[in-house]
Write a protein that binds this ligand. Sequence first.
Ligand code: AMP
Ligand code: MG
Length: 352
Amino acid sequence: MRKDWIAGALTVCLLLTGCGTGAENTAEAARSSMQTNTEEPVSREIFAMDTYMIITAYGENGQEAVDAAEQEIDRLDALLSTGSADSEISRLNAAGTAQLSEDSAELVSRALEINRGTGGAFDITVYPLMQAWGFTDEAYQVPSDSTIAALLEHTGSDQLDWDDDSNTLTLGDGQAVDLGGIAKGYTSGRIMELFDEYGVQSGLVSLGGNVHVHGTKPDGDKWRVGVQDPENSENVVGVLEVTDCAVITSGGYERYFEQNGTTYHHIIDPSTGKPADSGLSSVTIVSADGTLADGLSTALFVMGADKAAEYWRQHADEFDAVLIADDGSISVTEGIADAFSSDQSFEIISRK
Ligand code: AMP
Ligand code: MG
Protein backbone atom coordinates (compact mmCIF):
# COMPACT_ATOMS: atom_id res chain seq x y z
CA MET A 1 0.00 0.00 0.00
CA ARG A 2 2.98 2.27 0.47
CA LYS A 3 3.26 2.40 -3.33
CA ASP A 4 -0.23 3.91 -3.45
CA TRP A 5 0.72 6.58 -0.95
CA ILE A 6 3.74 7.52 -3.00
CA ALA A 7 1.66 7.64 -6.17
CA GLY A 8 -0.95 9.75 -4.40
CA ALA A 9 1.59 12.16 -3.04
CA LEU A 10 3.18 12.51 -6.46
CA THR A 11 -0.20 13.17 -8.08
CA VAL A 12 -0.72 16.02 -5.65
CA CYS A 13 2.72 17.37 -6.44
CA LEU A 14 2.19 17.28 -10.17
CA LEU A 15 -1.03 19.21 -9.85
CA LEU A 16 0.47 21.71 -7.49
CA THR A 17 3.29 22.57 -9.81
CA GLY A 18 0.95 22.77 -12.80
CA CYS A 19 0.00 26.15 -14.24
CA GLY A 20 -2.89 28.13 -12.84
CA THR A 21 -5.34 30.06 -14.98
CA GLY A 22 -2.91 32.90 -15.64
CA ALA A 23 -5.69 35.41 -14.96
CA GLU A 24 -4.04 37.86 -12.61
CA ASN A 25 -5.33 41.10 -11.23
CA THR A 26 -2.99 44.02 -10.69
CA ALA A 27 -2.23 43.17 -7.06
CA GLU A 28 -1.36 39.62 -7.91
CA ALA A 29 0.80 40.72 -10.83
CA ALA A 30 2.68 43.13 -8.58
CA ARG A 31 3.12 40.40 -5.99
CA SER A 32 4.52 37.96 -8.56
CA SER A 33 6.99 40.46 -9.95
CA MET A 34 8.21 41.16 -6.43
CA GLN A 35 8.76 37.50 -5.75
CA THR A 36 11.43 35.36 -7.27
CA ASN A 37 9.36 33.16 -9.56
CA THR A 38 12.42 31.40 -10.82
CA GLU A 39 13.45 30.46 -7.29
CA GLU A 40 13.48 26.73 -6.72
CA PRO A 41 11.40 25.57 -3.77
CA VAL A 42 12.97 23.58 -0.97
CA SER A 43 11.22 20.22 -0.92
CA ARG A 44 11.77 17.25 1.34
CA GLU A 45 10.28 13.77 1.29
CA ILE A 46 10.10 11.84 4.54
CA PHE A 47 8.36 8.78 5.92
CA ALA A 48 6.75 9.37 9.32
CA MET A 49 3.42 8.72 11.08
CA ASP A 50 3.14 5.59 8.94
CA THR A 51 2.86 7.75 5.87
CA TYR A 52 4.84 9.20 2.99
CA MET A 53 5.16 12.99 3.38
CA ILE A 54 6.39 15.93 1.30
CA ILE A 55 7.18 19.36 2.74
CA THR A 56 7.75 22.26 0.34
CA ALA A 57 8.59 25.90 1.07
CA TYR A 58 9.38 28.74 -1.31
CA GLY A 59 11.47 31.85 -0.81
CA GLU A 60 13.84 33.09 1.83
CA ASN A 61 14.19 30.86 4.92
CA GLY A 62 12.63 27.95 2.99
CA GLN A 63 15.43 25.62 4.02
CA GLU A 64 15.18 26.54 7.71
CA ALA A 65 11.39 26.26 7.63
CA VAL A 66 11.52 22.79 6.07
CA ASP A 67 14.13 21.69 8.62
CA ALA A 68 11.91 22.96 11.44
CA ALA A 69 8.85 21.26 9.90
CA GLU A 70 10.66 17.92 9.71
CA GLN A 71 11.74 18.21 13.35
CA GLU A 72 8.19 19.08 14.35
CA ILE A 73 6.81 16.03 12.53
CA ASP A 74 9.35 13.79 14.29
CA ARG A 75 8.54 15.40 17.65
CA LEU A 76 4.79 14.93 17.26
CA ASP A 77 5.21 11.41 15.88
CA ALA A 78 7.26 10.44 18.96
CA LEU A 79 4.59 11.93 21.21
CA LEU A 80 1.47 10.56 19.55
CA SER A 81 2.35 7.30 17.83
CA THR A 82 0.53 4.24 19.15
CA GLY A 83 3.11 2.18 17.24
CA SER A 84 5.92 3.08 19.62
CA ALA A 85 5.66 1.80 23.19
CA ASP A 86 7.25 4.86 24.78
CA SER A 87 5.12 7.55 23.12
CA GLU A 88 3.02 9.64 25.46
CA ILE A 89 -0.16 8.06 24.10
CA SER A 90 1.17 4.50 24.47
CA ARG A 91 2.20 5.24 28.05
CA LEU A 92 -1.27 6.66 28.73
CA ASN A 93 -2.84 3.51 27.28
CA ALA A 94 -0.59 1.28 29.39
CA ALA A 95 -1.10 3.21 32.65
CA GLY A 96 -4.78 4.08 32.20
CA THR A 97 -4.17 7.67 33.26
CA ALA A 98 -1.66 10.40 32.46
CA GLN A 99 -1.07 14.10 32.68
CA LEU A 100 -0.61 15.11 29.07
CA SER A 101 1.79 17.55 27.47
CA GLU A 102 0.45 20.58 25.63
CA ASP A 103 0.08 19.04 22.17
CA SER A 104 -1.56 15.80 23.31
CA ALA A 105 -3.85 17.78 25.61
CA GLU A 106 -4.89 20.07 22.76
CA LEU A 107 -5.58 17.05 20.55
CA VAL A 108 -7.60 15.21 23.20
CA SER A 109 -9.62 18.32 23.89
CA ARG A 110 -10.33 18.86 20.17
CA ALA A 111 -11.11 15.15 19.73
CA LEU A 112 -13.67 15.28 22.53
CA GLU A 113 -15.24 18.41 21.06
CA ILE A 114 -15.51 16.77 17.61
CA ASN A 115 -16.87 13.61 19.25
CA ARG A 116 -19.69 15.58 20.86
CA GLY A 117 -20.31 17.66 17.75
CA THR A 118 -20.62 14.63 15.47
CA GLY A 119 -22.86 12.60 17.77
CA GLY A 120 -20.04 10.15 18.48
CA ALA A 121 -19.09 9.40 14.83
CA PHE A 122 -15.55 10.50 15.66
CA ASP A 123 -14.30 8.65 18.70
CA ILE A 124 -10.69 8.13 19.83
CA THR A 125 -11.74 5.16 22.00
CA VAL A 126 -12.14 2.88 18.95
CA TYR A 127 -8.51 1.79 19.39
CA PRO A 128 -9.24 -1.65 20.95
CA LEU A 129 -11.54 -2.29 17.96
CA MET A 130 -8.73 -1.26 15.58
CA GLN A 131 -6.56 -3.84 17.37
CA ALA A 132 -9.22 -6.54 17.15
CA TRP A 133 -9.49 -6.03 13.39
CA GLY A 134 -5.69 -6.24 13.13
CA PHE A 135 -5.20 -2.72 11.76
CA THR A 136 -2.60 -1.88 14.38
CA ASP A 137 -0.20 -4.74 13.59
CA GLU A 138 -1.37 -5.88 10.14
CA ALA A 139 -2.48 -9.24 11.58
CA TYR A 140 -5.81 -8.65 9.87
CA GLN A 141 -8.82 -10.67 10.96
CA VAL A 142 -12.59 -10.39 11.18
CA PRO A 143 -13.46 -10.47 14.90
CA SER A 144 -16.44 -12.53 16.06
CA ASP A 145 -19.70 -10.73 16.83
CA SER A 146 -19.24 -11.52 20.52
CA THR A 147 -15.73 -10.01 20.53
CA ILE A 148 -17.08 -6.85 18.90
CA ALA A 149 -20.01 -6.68 21.34
CA ALA A 150 -17.65 -7.02 24.31
CA LEU A 151 -15.35 -4.26 22.99
CA LEU A 152 -18.29 -1.96 22.25
CA GLU A 153 -19.14 -2.02 25.97
CA HIS A 154 -15.92 -0.07 26.54
CA THR A 155 -16.15 2.14 23.46
CA GLY A 156 -17.27 5.72 23.93
CA SER A 157 -15.61 9.00 24.81
CA ASP A 158 -18.26 9.49 27.49
CA GLN A 159 -16.35 6.86 29.51
CA LEU A 160 -13.20 8.99 29.44
CA ASP A 161 -12.49 11.31 32.33
CA TRP A 162 -10.83 14.48 31.05
CA ASP A 163 -9.68 17.12 33.49
CA ASP A 164 -8.82 20.14 31.40
CA ASP A 165 -7.43 22.09 34.34
CA SER A 166 -4.63 19.61 34.93
CA ASN A 167 -4.63 18.11 31.39
CA THR A 168 -5.13 14.69 32.93
CA LEU A 169 -6.88 11.97 30.97
CA THR A 170 -8.13 8.88 32.74
CA LEU A 171 -9.39 5.99 30.64
CA GLY A 172 -12.42 3.93 31.50
CA ASP A 173 -12.19 0.20 32.15
CA GLY A 174 -10.76 -1.63 29.11
CA GLN A 175 -10.22 1.57 27.16
CA ALA A 176 -7.34 2.73 24.98
CA VAL A 177 -7.15 5.78 22.74
CA ASP A 178 -5.69 6.57 19.34
CA LEU A 179 -5.32 10.06 17.92
CA GLY A 180 -4.60 8.74 14.40
CA GLY A 181 -7.86 10.23 13.11
CA ILE A 182 -6.76 13.83 13.77
CA ALA A 183 -2.99 13.81 14.31
CA LYS A 184 -2.08 14.53 10.69
CA GLY A 185 -4.33 17.56 10.45
CA TYR A 186 -2.93 18.91 13.71
CA THR A 187 0.60 18.32 12.43
CA SER A 188 -0.02 20.09 9.13
CA GLY A 189 -1.56 23.00 11.05
CA ARG A 190 1.59 23.23 13.18
CA ILE A 191 3.70 23.31 10.02
CA MET A 192 1.67 26.26 8.73
CA GLU A 193 2.41 28.06 12.02
CA LEU A 194 6.11 27.32 11.55
CA PHE A 195 5.97 28.67 7.99
CA ASP A 196 4.54 31.87 9.47
CA GLU A 197 7.28 32.02 12.09
CA TYR A 198 9.96 31.66 9.40
CA GLY A 199 8.33 34.23 7.14
CA VAL A 200 7.54 31.67 4.45
CA GLN A 201 4.63 33.02 2.44
CA SER A 202 4.26 30.17 0.05
CA GLY A 203 4.49 26.49 0.88
CA LEU A 204 2.65 23.29 1.45
CA VAL A 205 2.80 19.92 3.08
CA SER A 206 1.34 16.64 1.95
CA LEU A 207 0.98 14.05 4.69
CA GLY A 208 0.00 10.86 2.90
CA GLY A 209 -2.08 12.80 0.39
CA ASN A 210 -3.58 15.08 3.05
CA VAL A 211 -2.53 18.51 1.87
CA HIS A 212 -2.23 21.79 3.77
CA VAL A 213 -1.34 24.86 1.70
CA HIS A 214 0.12 28.11 2.96
CA GLY A 215 -0.64 31.34 1.12
CA THR A 216 -0.73 31.13 -2.66
CA LYS A 217 1.71 29.70 -5.16
CA PRO A 218 4.75 32.00 -5.50
CA ASP A 219 3.23 33.57 -8.64
CA GLY A 220 0.08 34.50 -6.72
CA ASP A 221 -2.09 31.80 -8.27
CA LYS A 222 -4.14 29.48 -6.13
CA TRP A 223 -2.79 26.04 -5.30
CA ARG A 224 -4.37 23.18 -7.23
CA VAL A 225 -5.00 20.15 -5.04
CA GLY A 226 -6.25 16.91 -6.55
CA VAL A 227 -9.05 14.84 -5.02
CA GLN A 228 -8.12 11.20 -5.44
CA ASP A 229 -10.30 8.68 -7.21
CA PRO A 230 -11.22 6.14 -4.48
CA GLU A 231 -11.28 3.43 -7.15
CA ASN A 232 -7.77 4.18 -8.35
CA SER A 233 -5.68 6.40 -6.13
CA GLU A 234 -3.27 7.19 -8.97
CA ASN A 235 -6.07 9.19 -10.62
CA VAL A 236 -7.84 12.30 -9.49
CA VAL A 237 -11.57 12.84 -9.94
CA GLY A 238 -11.35 16.60 -9.55
CA VAL A 239 -9.22 19.54 -8.56
CA LEU A 240 -9.70 22.15 -5.84
CA GLU A 241 -8.20 25.61 -6.27
CA VAL A 242 -7.45 26.89 -2.79
CA THR A 243 -5.28 29.12 -0.60
CA ASP A 244 -4.44 28.87 3.11
CA CYS A 245 -6.30 25.72 4.00
CA ALA A 246 -6.13 22.03 4.69
CA VAL A 247 -7.57 19.57 2.17
CA ILE A 248 -7.87 16.30 4.04
CA THR A 249 -9.36 13.05 2.80
CA SER A 250 -10.59 9.95 4.57
CA GLY A 251 -11.29 6.94 2.41
CA GLY A 252 -11.74 3.24 2.89
CA TYR A 253 -9.18 2.72 0.10
CA GLU A 254 -6.37 4.13 2.25
CA ARG A 255 -5.98 1.04 4.41
CA TYR A 256 -7.92 -2.20 4.09
CA PHE A 257 -7.75 -5.95 3.82
CA GLU A 258 -9.84 -8.50 1.98
CA GLN A 259 -11.24 -11.74 3.29
CA ASN A 260 -13.54 -14.13 1.43
CA GLY A 261 -14.25 -11.49 -1.20
CA THR A 262 -15.23 -8.78 1.28
CA THR A 263 -13.17 -5.64 1.82
CA TYR A 264 -12.70 -4.35 5.37
CA HIS A 265 -11.26 -0.86 5.82
CA HIS A 266 -9.77 1.07 8.73
CA ILE A 267 -12.48 3.61 9.55
CA ILE A 268 -14.60 2.13 12.31
CA ASP A 269 -18.20 3.08 12.97
CA PRO A 270 -18.15 3.45 16.78
CA SER A 271 -21.82 2.43 16.94
CA THR A 272 -21.27 -0.98 15.28
CA GLY A 273 -17.60 -1.69 15.94
CA LYS A 274 -17.23 -2.54 12.25
CA PRO A 275 -15.77 -0.69 9.26
CA ALA A 276 -18.20 2.13 8.45
CA ASP A 277 -20.55 1.17 5.66
CA SER A 278 -22.27 4.48 5.03
CA GLY A 279 -22.36 4.49 1.23
CA LEU A 280 -19.39 6.86 0.94
CA SER A 281 -16.04 5.85 -0.46
CA SER A 282 -14.26 9.09 0.43
CA VAL A 283 -14.77 12.39 2.21
CA THR A 284 -12.51 15.38 1.58
CA ILE A 285 -12.73 18.30 3.99
CA VAL A 286 -11.51 21.80 3.15
CA SER A 287 -10.92 24.04 6.16
CA ALA A 288 -8.41 26.55 7.49
CA ASP A 289 -8.35 24.41 10.65
CA GLY A 290 -6.30 21.29 9.92
CA THR A 291 -7.30 19.45 13.10
CA LEU A 292 -10.98 20.03 12.41
CA ALA A 293 -10.56 18.99 8.77
CA ASP A 294 -8.94 15.70 9.80
CA GLY A 295 -11.47 14.90 12.53
CA LEU A 296 -14.40 15.71 10.28
CA SER A 297 -13.07 13.75 7.30
CA THR A 298 -13.22 10.64 9.49
CA ALA A 299 -16.52 11.58 11.15
CA LEU A 300 -18.43 12.47 7.97
CA PHE A 301 -17.19 9.26 6.35
CA VAL A 302 -18.85 7.37 9.20
CA MET A 303 -22.02 9.50 9.06
CA GLY A 304 -22.78 9.01 5.35
CA ALA A 305 -23.94 11.54 2.75
CA ASP A 306 -27.26 12.70 4.21
CA LYS A 307 -26.06 13.27 7.75
CA ALA A 308 -22.83 14.79 6.42
CA ALA A 309 -24.79 17.31 4.33
CA GLU A 310 -26.95 18.17 7.32
CA TYR A 311 -23.89 18.58 9.54
CA TRP A 312 -22.31 20.89 6.95
CA ARG A 313 -25.45 23.06 6.81
CA GLN A 314 -25.09 23.67 10.54
CA HIS A 315 -21.35 24.41 10.30
CA ALA A 316 -20.97 25.91 6.82
CA ASP A 317 -18.75 28.72 8.13
CA GLU A 318 -16.18 26.21 9.45
CA PHE A 319 -15.51 23.88 6.51
CA ASP A 320 -16.52 22.58 3.08
CA ALA A 321 -16.55 19.06 1.73
CA VAL A 322 -16.33 16.84 -1.33
CA LEU A 323 -18.21 13.56 -0.86
CA ILE A 324 -17.67 10.63 -3.21
CA ALA A 325 -20.27 7.88 -2.96
CA ASP A 326 -19.68 4.18 -3.49
CA ASP A 327 -21.26 4.50 -6.97
CA GLY A 328 -18.67 7.16 -7.87
CA SER A 329 -21.07 10.12 -7.79
CA ILE A 330 -19.64 13.36 -6.42
CA SER A 331 -21.30 15.96 -4.18
CA VAL A 332 -19.65 19.26 -3.30
CA THR A 333 -20.80 21.77 -0.68
CA GLU A 334 -21.83 25.15 -2.01
CA GLY A 335 -18.92 27.03 -0.41
CA ILE A 336 -16.36 25.35 -2.71
CA ALA A 337 -18.56 24.69 -5.73
CA ASP A 338 -16.65 27.33 -7.75
CA ALA A 339 -13.27 26.15 -6.49
CA PHE A 340 -13.88 22.54 -7.57
CA SER A 341 -13.55 21.34 -11.15
CA SER A 342 -14.03 17.86 -12.54
CA ASP A 343 -14.53 16.14 -15.89
CA GLN A 344 -17.40 14.38 -14.19
CA SER A 345 -20.69 16.12 -13.36
CA PHE A 346 -21.27 16.74 -9.66
CA GLU A 347 -24.11 17.68 -7.36
CA ILE A 348 -23.93 20.85 -5.28
CA ILE A 349 -25.07 20.58 -1.65
CA SER A 350 -26.83 23.85 -0.97
CA ARG A 351 -27.26 25.66 2.33
CA LYS A 352 -31.00 25.12 2.56
P1 AMP B 1 -8.41 9.13 8.88
O1 AMP B 1 -7.47 8.57 7.88
O2 AMP B 1 -8.14 10.53 9.27
O3 AMP B 1 -9.83 8.92 8.50
O4 AMP B 1 -8.19 8.35 10.24
C1 AMP B 1 -8.36 6.99 10.30
C2 AMP B 1 -7.65 6.53 11.54
O5 AMP B 1 -8.32 7.04 12.68
C3 AMP B 1 -7.69 5.03 11.67
O6 AMP B 1 -6.54 4.44 11.11
C4 AMP B 1 -7.77 4.85 13.18
O7 AMP B 1 -6.47 4.99 13.74
C5 AMP B 1 -8.60 6.02 13.62
N1 AMP B 1 -10.06 5.81 13.55
C6 AMP B 1 -10.78 4.86 12.90
N2 AMP B 1 -12.10 5.04 13.06
C7 AMP B 1 -12.23 6.16 13.82
C8 AMP B 1 -13.36 6.88 14.33
N3 AMP B 1 -14.62 6.51 14.07
N4 AMP B 1 -13.12 7.96 15.10
C9 AMP B 1 -11.84 8.36 15.36
N5 AMP B 1 -10.74 7.76 14.89
C10 AMP B 1 -10.95 6.65 14.14
MG1 MG C 1 -9.25 12.09 9.85
